[in-house]
Design a protein around this ligand. Sequence first.
Ligand code: GLU
Ligand code: ZN
Length: 538
Amino acid sequence: MNYKELADLLYPHITKTIEDYEKMYPERDLKEGQMVTRFAPSPTGRVHMGNLYASFFPQMFARNTDGIFILRIEDTDQKRAIENGVELILDDLHDYGYKIDEDPIKGGAYGPYIQSERKEIYETFAKHLVSIGRAYPCFCSEDDLTHMREVQEARKDRIGYYGHYAKCRNLTIEEVKEHLDKGDKFVIRLKSMGDFNKRMSFTDLIKGTIELPENDLDQVLIKSDGIPPYAFAHVVDDHLMRVTHVTRDDSYISSVPYHFELWDAFGFKKPLFAHLLPLCKKDNGNIRKISKRKDPEAAISFYHENGYPKEAIKLYLATLLNSNFEEWYLQNPGSSYLDFTFRFDKMSTSWALFDLDKLISISKEYISKLKAEEVYNYTLKYAEEFDKEFYDLLTKYKDYSINVLNIEREVERPRKDIENFKAVRREIEYMYDELFNPTYEKKDFYDKNMLIDYIDNVYDENDDKQTWFDKIKEMCPKYGFCTDNKEYKANPDKYKGNTASACEALRVAVTGRVMSPDLYEILKLLGKTRIKERIEKF
Ligand code: GLU
Ligand code: ZN
């Protein structure tokens, strides 16, 4: 068989060769250790948590090594593609501060970065495999394939197009011409040299050595509409884009023998591979992939609408990705995930379970370390979009608000009650008269007379904290509060309460709550007049 003739017969319009593309996309001039990574989503909608997770680490590896991170859009399945899909993905990734070096909009020297614009490249590469006898046209109809499957089932044979079942392998050039003259549709199949009874092995950067049976299926490289399925497209793309590290979903592992056969058929140097288990969730005792449809917390709009800091989300992803990250972060206060060197061998080989509670606790921790002015700015931005009433108050009382947010901040043990910028209002709204509408739960020891006596005759805005506290203590006995805790514990019935109870009464009167941050600071910021108003309302 003259394979060259066959190739020209199938692809007369393809005049370029793979050497032309090798020249167009030369090897990158990389320094030792520099990585070229990519994220290759289908344009099926907004980025979700699973995408953010899957793209976080290739992006970080490129960043850590001063390398290149590519966004490639895999839109060969046009049915699932949505309009603006590319823009939406880019917007979301940029929003999260992901640094993308080459993408469909910005471009780059190794584009196009959208698979549907690479049709001629795929055909050239398929033509090449035909011309060296490693691929061939298959004219089997749906019916032919169904029939083949039925025979295989009846004989209890393995299902698929392989070995003696691969009947189009042996078409003569005349038979091919006949089909073409009739206008018959064809696909291009790999001529596999594999042996299913032999095993191949490869090294996964996360899982280590993996052994699998060789591929012996003559899989489809180019469909009858000219579009390549994933396997063929990714080999061509990752090669021409000179990707050094392919990071992708664990579900591709079983196809690696086939993929490797393709790389070898071309004679290309293979990149390294890392297969990552997807983000999962416990659901009724079962573990399943996190789902856009079933889990509200899978959508990144959830985090936007609740005002979660993006940094906290990335800290959480970093925690999930590298087992030693959390410890490092605790030991390096004030650092960012950007200062951490991510490693494949610290990646989890088991399920990464998405845990919103953990994310919340990381977020609380993160917000607790921000400066008051930063919290103010983030909250303002959040409120501008989601809470106009609060936004107006924050704007009107800017300095006051920053002071309020500064209570128990920038101290050794800062307050950790704020999990997102939506929650800021919940935690501080009593500091605004416009929002102060308490419903108190009355307790016997809430002694209004004492509070009035206190604000009229005792409270002095100029007192330091110790003096302030001593003065409260001093007036306790007069109103039946015990200042000696041992004594109080021994004879609780003799007293209205202890010093803490007296403080609680004051706290509830001015904040409407049993718990609050530092009462001394709250009183100072409210000022004597407003304290008095609140006590009188109590
Ligand atoms: N388009 C594929 C997916 O979304 C990409 C797989 C890969 O990264 O190679 O699963
Ligand atoms: Zn066939």
